[in-house]
Design a protein around this ligand. Structure first.
Ligand code: ADP
Length: 374
């Protein structure tokens, strides 16, 4: 009998998890509140509205592709011993303050931060850090709910909604992420470090291998593996890092799931992050994370479906397109991505540049405006 994996959340991450792994003979059930969610189209069973209970009963194991799924579904799956990874990760991700405090308390390197509970604390943070990023702790993602204060007058832009997280503004040299898969018995495989490029606070494109030296690559991988152990983690875990101009390594945040910066593994790695997540949560042997060729992705953000553009992208050597088939397009929304591979990193960067100009022309701001104007 096929194993049955239930996925809470029906977005593109679930879609790719299914399309990458059903070849293994696994059955996938998908739950999403929204009947138009992309992964519902490709699952073996569709559960919408509030029918998550039925999905949990029918699944051998339940995982999630989105941290903000119905908390009742998470606790129900966990109480039946079916949830992987565990709910600690979700609890931490529900609140950026909770996440930062946990990381700091467990000895992981993070930017200096303060918890802001009243207007006077905002001035304290400004006086202490000089340049500050204020972040709304809940419901903010892809750069939303962030306020950059580079001078005193910027403080007026920050909403007086407390608590807020205040982080020192980090002088970032590079942003990288580590994606790893960890099994129940603690076996871990890590992918080569990925370098990430953001635009207006949202991931625009990624490249593997990252342009960092071996020492830094080993350091971020070690921190990532140690965090996975601390979380008693099963599945694919992503850790985003800032590398400062002084060579310091800081955790920005982690994601308890497959991640946008790991989409390059679909073409560039022996076994993709999606398949390795499924393998890890179902206790199957983990697959090789070896980089087959320099690989990257370009996100298609806020762009409508356009066959002409897709044809132009596919004409660039080493590319492939994943269009997620979302019902509506909105500025900044992840509508699809382009995988790119090449024989060397310079060629890869050239191809990524070509893809960027086909997708966005010269007008990134039209499709990816700052979140406050989207
Ligand atoms: P989200 O959870 O919305 O993705 P993040 O906290 O990961 O938000 O921040 C998104 C991006 O904003 C980061 O990738 C980075 O480019 C920038 N950023 C976030 N925090 C800081 C900081 N303390 N200093 C400088 N840049 C930051």
């Amino acid at each position: 009998m096929s194993r049955v994996l239930g996925i809470l959340g029906g977005g593109q991450l679930g879609l790719m998890m299914i399309l990458e792994s059903r070849k293994l003979g696994i059955k996938f059930l998908v739950y999403d509140e929204d009947p138009e969610a992309p992964a519902l189209r490709v699952g073996d069973g569709r559960y919408v509205g509030d029918s998550w209970k039925e999905l949990i009963v029918k699944s051998d194991i339940v995982t999630f592709e989105f941290e903000h799924v119905n908390p009742n579904a998470i606790s129900e799956a966990e109480s039946l011993g079916k949830l992987r990874p565990n709910s600690l990760t979700i609890w931490l991700k529900q609140d950026k303050i909770r996440e930062k405090v946990f990381l700091k308390d467990h000895g992981f390197p993070v930017p200096r931060f303060m918890v802001i509970k009243a207007p006077e604390d905002m001035y304290d943070a400004f006086n202490k850090f000089g340049r500050v990023v204020f972040k709304e702790p809940q419901g903010a993602y892809d750069g939303r709910g962030q306020y950059y204060v580079m001078g005193k007058s910027d403080l007026d832009k920050v909403p007086m909604k407390f608590p807020l997280l205040a982080e020192e503004f980090v002088d970032i040299y590079k942003e990288v992420s580590v994606i790893l898969a960890r099994s129940k018995n603690g076996e871990v495989v890590t992918y080569p470090v990925t370098e990430n490029y953001h635009y207006n606070g949202i991931l625009l494109y990624s490249i593997a291998p990252a342009g960092v030296n071996e020492e830094v690559a080993n350091e971020v991988k070690e921190i990532a593996v140690s965090l996975a152990k601390t979380l008693n983690y099963i599945g694919v875990l992503t850790i985003e890092f800032f590398i400062t101009r002084d060579g310091e390594v800081l955790i920005n945040e982690f994601a308890p799931r497959v991640h946008n910066s790991g989409h390059w593994t679909l073409m560039g790695a022996a076994v993709s992050q999606f398949e390795n997540h499924v393998r890890a949560v179902l206790d199957l042997p983990l697959g090789s994370t070896e980089l087959l060729k320099p690989a990257g992705i370009v996100n298609m953000l806020g762009v409508p479906y356009d066959e002409n553009i897709i044809n132009k992208i596919l004409a660039i050597p080493g590319t492939s397109v994943w269009w997620y088939g979302k019902a509506r397009v909105r500025p900044r929304r992840k509508m699809g991505h382009v995988n790119v591979v090449a024989n060397d990193v310079n060629e890869l960067k050239r191809r990524i540049g070509e893809v960027l100009s086909v997708v966005y022309g010269n007008d990134l701001d039209r499709y990816i405006p700052p979140w406050s104007r989207a």
